[in-house]
Design a protein around this ligand. Structure first.
Ligand code: F6R
Length: 242
């Protein structure tokens, strides 16, 4: 595990975007694993700028998102499909038919999870997976106690995560408590993993990820097992490291 500590969130986004730039220059038909949440937004902005400057193209790229709320379809403004369209896909030359987000409106969610795994395999596996991290150490929606060998499945969100994400929902708006998420085992099969974290609220989770024991109590600690995991953090997120 490589840990890169940078001054602030802007530097984290720029550093992360450069890794994706190099990947897409080297392999224009890369398979990207993508994340939602607040943290990757600045990185997506950088990627939009770089693609506008013709540093690389998204035309040959296939993407798989980590997770989606179960019960929201892709038109719903709080869905992760909607988020990805707004934050990245609508602004670059990507073929949207090659962008996958787990189907939040699946009639048979269990079958949809198996199909998602099969689709990742059929695409040749994920070349580079972008991750954020929850304050409780979750990656994707793999909450604490998730099996480190888990695959894409339906997962109940913890109260912590529901509360953290309530900022995206209006008062009284329906907020799902279930998700479909890639598993930790799925994430570990990506050829490269890039985790971004910024701000003091992530400091404990980062310390547990990097220096804590390998434990399902901190799902991100599973990245200690990965051969090519890069943790890019700002000084605040690094503040609890020894
Ligand atoms: C999002 C995801 C989550 C977030 C995490 C951090 O697709 O899988 O694990 O990365 O909850 O969210 P932010 O960046 O909003 O703090």
């Amino acid at each position: 595990m490589k840990v890169i500590i940078l001054k602030d969130a802007a530097a984290v986004a720029a550093y992360g975007a450069n890794i994706f730039k190099k990947q897409l220059q080297k392999k224009p038909d890369s398979v990207l694993g993508l994340a939602t949440g607040s943290t990757p937004v600045a990185l997506y902005k950088e990627l939009i700028k770089l693609s506008e400057a013709k540093e690389f193209s998204f035309a040959g790229v296939t993407t798989f998102n980590l997770d989606e709320y179960l019960g929201l379809d892709g038109e719903h403004p709080q869905s992760y499909r909607y988020f990805m369209n707004e934050q990245l896909f609508n602004h670059v030359d990507i073929d949207k038919s090659k962008t996958q987000v787990p189907p939040g409106n699946a009639q048979d969610p269990v079958a949809a999870c198996n199909d998602y795994e099969a689709d990742i395999d059929a695409a040749g596996g994920i070349d580079i997976q972008l991750l954020g991290i929850g304050r409780n150490g979750h990656i994707g929606f793999n909450e604490p106690s998730s099996s480190l060998a888990s695959r894409t499945r339906v997962k109940t969100l913890t109260l912590d995560t529901i509360n953290d994400n309530s900022r995206f929902f209006a008062d009284g708006e329906y907020q799902p408590h279930l998700s479909i998420t890639m598993g930790i085992g799925t994430i570990l099969e990506s050829k490269k993993v890039v985790l971004l974290a910024t701000g003091a609220s992530k400091a404990d989770a980062i310390a547990a990820t990097v220096e804590g024991p390998l434990t399902a109590a901190c799902p991100a600690s599973a990245l200690q097992l990965h051969q090519d995991a890069v943790i890019i953090i700002d000084e605040e997120a690094a503040s609890r490291l020894a």
